[in-house]
Write a protein that binds this ligand. Sequence first.
Ligand SMILES: *[C@@H]1O[C@H](CO)[C@@H](O)[C@H](O)[C@H]1NC(C)=O
Ligand SMILES: *[C@@H]1O[C@H](CO)[C@@H](O)[C@H](O)[C@H]1NC(C)=O
Ligand SMILES: *[C@@H]1O[C@H](CO)[C@@H](O)[C@H](O)[C@H]1NC(C)=O
Length: 301
Amino acid sequence: MPRRSLLLLAAAVVMLYFLIIMFMLSPLNGSKSTYYGHGYMNHFSYRQLPAVNWCKELRWRSPPAPHVVALVSYPGSGNTWLRYLLQQATGIVTGSIYMDHSLRVHGFPAENITDGSVLVVKTHEAPPIGRDKFKSAILLIRNPRDAILADFNRLHKGHIGTAPKSAFKKKSHEHKKTDWATYVSHELVGWESLHRLWLTRFAGAVHVVFYEALVQDTRAALQGILGFINHTISEADMNCAISFKEGIYRRKKKLQNFDPFTSEMYSALDEVRNRVLTMVVDYQKKHNESVRDNTVHQLSG
Ligand SMILES: *[C@@H]1O[C@H](CO)[C@@H](O)[C@H](O)[C@H]1NC(C)=O
Ligand SMILES: *[C@@H]1O[C@H](CO)[C@@H](O)[C@H](O)[C@H]1NC(C)=O
Ligand SMILES: *[C@@H]1O[C@H](CO)[C@@H](O)[C@H](O)[C@H]1NC(C)=O
């Protein structure tokens, strides 16, 4: 074969490989910013996620539990991370009232499942009016400053990065306030009302978990949750879950090189946060739970 044809053949082969690789990557690019119901954004793009190593093969609850436990949180508060930890510890899938396609193919096969075949069911919504949907609830509470910022970053940058500085300065014409300031006060109203509704309007038992306590002592927080849902696991299972606790679902904390919160925002955040913490204390007193140490810690923190 003449040299030139050989070269052409080689070039064609390289080209073909390149096309195949492009083809394999292309469906992965489109998944980053899909919106699902309730305006809740999918925070993971396929490409960023390596495979999950599970402590044990995930299974469904069998027989199904007669009651469903809600896993409630405001967006940006670590709900997916807690689901991941619970799946590691128990080997049982966790459900969701949402259908997040990228979570579904990356370790959460029970997206859009809300019955007793799952361990807990994720929701960011107010307690449902019909009182039999959820029997009890785990309420995951994160400092509103961090939750609101995490959600803002996600809206602007997907799961990966942080919003650019300019995103915090933007003003939509006539408004005096920045869009960011409007966003913070709006989200703060939502943050307070979500917690208020679950602590005061929900008929079932509520178990409060502080995100900051979950980070600080993951084992104790998980033990508390498992106790609440009456699920016992071996110490080996707990050790395994703890050894994989970082997982792939935890947003890497990126430090902002500036503080986007003004002092007025900080006062508003503190005021609202203290009102909610007081509601937690009242709830725990009313239900004759001894007010737990970490609630007191949150109050003073
Ligand atoms: C979620 O589940 C319901 C039934 O349980 C089904 O009708 C609906 O199509 C599902 N949604 C998605 C997006 O798969
Ligand atoms: C756990 O067990 C207690 C006592 O039997 C029961 O009152 C409670 O409803 C159970 N909790 C859940 C989430 O099933
Ligand atoms: C509440 O707890 C106290 C002590 O922990 C106990 O003496 C009291 O009987 C409890 N009250 C109710 C209504 O369960």
